[in-house]
Ligand binder design. Sequence first.
Ligand code: F6P
Length: 320
Amino acid sequence: MKTIGVLTSGGDAPGMNAAVRAVVRTGLENDMRVVGIYNGYEGLMSGDVAEMNLRSVSNIVQRGGTVLRTARSMEFMTDRGQEKAADMCHRLGIEGVVVIGGDGSFRGAQALSRKGINCVGIPGTIDNDISCTDLTIGFDTAVNTVMQMVDMVRDTTESHSRCSVIEVMGRKAGYIALYSGIAVGATSILIPEFEYDFDIDVVERMKKTISTGKQHFIIIFAEGCGDATEMARQIERETGVESRATILGHVQRGGSPTVNDRVLASRMGNYATRLLRDDCSSRVVAIKNDTIVDYDIEEALQMEKEIDIDIYRMAHEISI
Ligand code: F6P
């Protein structure tokens, strides 16, 4: 009987549990043994694993976070750490591992595949910044959370005729900012992918809308663009509109996954496990035009994904 493991690695994302559940159930239904590996690659190196049965993953499809917990392991980045993990796999009889995480986790999966352990990656991160896939697990939930939070902030912003600069997650990726910005009708959306000019993209836009009668403003600011609090101060100085910064922070990574994330995670978990059943290795699962596909990890890591400038332009054209 083939034994496979499943782990979650890097920043957690809503929907990871639905993916774990799909891996466990698909594995068992296909006559494999499945072990859950705790704390990502850390747990793989130390052998922190538990045998999973059908009931081990009951009542988790709706839960945010990851029941397997997660970690970012420095040791596993080294060849020694990867050897240690491969040895542990041999000792525990683990022939294949499903790795749910981001790009960094896939590099680890690729290294482990080179050490003879079959690995398949599933993209799980709220940032949606994995090039090979249209969507990552957690993105839909995160943007919906941001939308709800900003709708709430807007109530008080409007009452006080203020400007709210709202910082959302995304150190290098502006997907959360762009999509939530469209959904909430932000006056300006600032993302790390495109350089912005404070005077043109913020001050002038605000002044233009003030001249048409607008009295409150929402600016969506991806964390990779700098300091939201400083931007709020600058806006107040330049426009005279009282301004506040709201940093949404880790609330964006939690919460019950949306239907889209649960379904995406279930499809990807099922597909990844079937790849391991068929002895595939060093693959990443992705969704393209609503079809689940897979790529070689190396190829996937080299792909580039650009944020759609037309969507960005559209957002600015209509939010005025
Ligand atoms: O999960 C992705 C992400 O949320 C980024 O947007 C953010 O910059 C980062 O993780 C923060 O993660 P942590 O606080 O766990 O280091």
